[in-house]
Ligand binder design. Structure first.
Ligand code: NAP
Length: 309
């Protein structure tokens, strides 16, 4: 248990948090990034990134490592811990972690990103880790030569479905509407992939399994009303994201869906508390937008702290 003083405490060491750390430490501020896991955030669950400028195709963990090297080159620190509370009492903010550590600073940057949304059907929780997965990069290799189901129709479902075809014999993507939401480029790539199959207008209503593992999913066609079943060894769920803002509920800075509200300078309604990246109420959630937010926040926290002196 320790109490440490900084100029800037960044909660979350994903692409956004690491960029703010780079900018703020380069401006000679004393900066720490707190994270409940390894630096990189969702980059660590992403196999191939082809839409981040400067790289034709880079693996998520490799980009995370490069960003971390950049973020820490001017002295920014990284500390492990899950943030449980922020107290904003006037100018000083106090951030507490589950390790019992406290971090005091005039500026806190919320960069906690988003987590996968649960499908919320019977069997999902029961078979989580036994065939139900939310991370193709982590679990895909366990399914060599098997038939897999992916649930969802956004960028994640299609991109991760394509990734899974390198292991699986077939990947069936179950989409609740009659169209995909994913970017056209990903849709084109999926259409050309002989191992990918799409089932539209269909909801997954239950994850089926035996005593040990997933054996398939129950489906309901929402156009014809027909119920069905798809046999599969695994179900990868990609039905969107939810903000990781539970510790910040009491601050009054969230919208009604839990995303953090900011202005264009990444400022929340509380002076000295900023938010960036996927956790923010924003029309686009990409690595590039998180990095852009992080750069703006880096500049703005410097101006804010200068104004206090
Ligand atoms: P998303 O864009 O919100 O898409 C969620 C998908 O799941 C939609 O097809 C949605 O259907 C479906 N869905 C939601 N609830 C469902 C339910 N209960 N049952 C069945 N289907 C359900 O989420 P995402 O794909 O995880 O992407 C999140 C953000 O990250 C997006 O901004 C995305 O652009 C970004 N991202 C970008 C990349 C990239 O640039 N390469 C890769 C991954 C993610 P409806 O369409 O009917 O709502």
């Amino acid at each position: 248990m320790a109490e440490k003083k900084y100029d800037v405490v960044i909660i979350g060491a994903g692409p956004g948090g690491m960029t703010t750390a780079l900018y703020a430490s380069r401006a000679n501020l004393k900066v720490v990034m707190l994270d409940r896991g390894s630096f990189g955030g969702n980059l660590n669950n992403t196999a191939s990134i082809v839409n981040y400028s400067g790289f034709k195709d880079i693996q998520g963990p490799e980009l995370a490592e490069k960003m971390y090297q950049g973020a820490t080159q001017f002295g920014a620190e990284y500390a492990y811990g899950t943030v449980t509370k922020i107290e904003a009492d006037g100018q000083q903010k106090k951030v507490t972690t589950d390790m019992g550590d406290t971090f005091i600073a005039p500026v806190v940057v919320i960069a906690t990103g988003s987590d996968h949304r649960k499908l919320g059907v019977p069997g999902e929780e029961e078979f989580s880790g036994r065939g139900v997965s939310y991370c193709a990069v982590c679990d895909g290799a366990f399914f060599k030569g098997k038939h897999l189901v992916v649930v969802g129709g956004g960028d994640s479902a299609v991109e991760e479905g394509i990734y899974l075809t390198q292991f699986a014999s077939k990947v069936t993507v179950v989409v609740r509407r009659d169209v995909l939401r994913a970017q056209p480029m990903l849709q084109d790539e999926a259409e050309k992939n002989e191992k990918m199959e799409f089932v539209f207008n269909t909801n997954v209503t239950e994850i089926l399994g035996d005593d040990v593992k997933v054996t398939g999913v129950k489906t309901h066609n929402n156009k014809t009303g027909e119920d069905g079943k798809i046999s599969a060894a695994g179900a990868f769920i990609y039905v969107g994201t939810v903000p990781m803002t539970a510790p910040f509920k009491g601050l009054g800075v969230l919208d009604d869906q839990g995303w953090v509200k900011t202005d264009n300078e990444m400022k929340t309604s509380i002076p000295g508390i900023f938010a960036i990246g996927d956790v923010r109420e924003t029309p686009l959630r990409q690595i590039a937008t998180a990095v852009g937010d992080g750069a703006i926040a880096g500049q703005e926290v410097y101006q804010y702290i200068k104004g206090l002196n």
